[in-house]
Design a protein. Sequence first.
Length: 273
Amino acid sequence: MQPVHVGPVTFGAGKLVLIAGPCVIECETHALELGHAIAAIAREAGVPYIYKASFDKANRTSLSSFRGPGLDAGLRILGRVKAELGVPVLTDIHETAQAAPAAAVVDVLQIPAFLCRQTDLLVAAARTGAVVNIKKGQFLSPAEMKYPLDKVRASGNPQVLLTERGTSFGYHNLVVDMRSLPQLRALEAPVIYDVTHSLQLPGAGDGRTAGQAAYIETMASAGVAAGVDGVFMEVHEDPSRAKSDAENALRLDRLPALLQRLLRVHAAVQAAP
């Protein structure tokens, strides 16, 4: 597997990477303050860090749900986050027209799980030259991710990450089959485990998505034990007040201990014969 480089951060080189931030940009001040706090925690733990936040949550359950500041204002905020924190930045895109302007600001373009088969979106992201992170659709097997991966690579971009974020299990539930993580790695791409989104209970909250944040530490540890290259977590200083995914976000003050736990698990995996 060829490592993927995101500025100073490398996936697939034996070091665990953290991708973390708020689900959505709530405001400029919040984005910066939370980013600085997470970056300091990651730096103290010695974990390479990529900031993530969405400028638009285009797939909210309800029309009245908060979506974010939008493309122009959101990218301006993400540009400031990148400059002030000095770390790479990741954001989602939902339409082909968003690819080029987003890639001019951020380092990683993320393809949402529901859109992972959208050929034009994948090709547009690939052609920007930015690193592309494709989330596995909740409706796909790990083996089927070969095809989105091939679309990006065949469009001239070998810098691709694959992210597991759970599989639909009946109504209002997701499960993660840990076998999917080595199966995704067999496609010769670095693999990220999206811990917090995999703990969603989609549509189970009376017009919103509910979640099971109590299992974040357990599932994150299991994913790292399965050999992933990075973990993806939505983090908030007060999840009860988060404007998106409140019930499956990690509380900021729990992040330091969790990173130490994950580093111990990762070290044991790396030392195994």
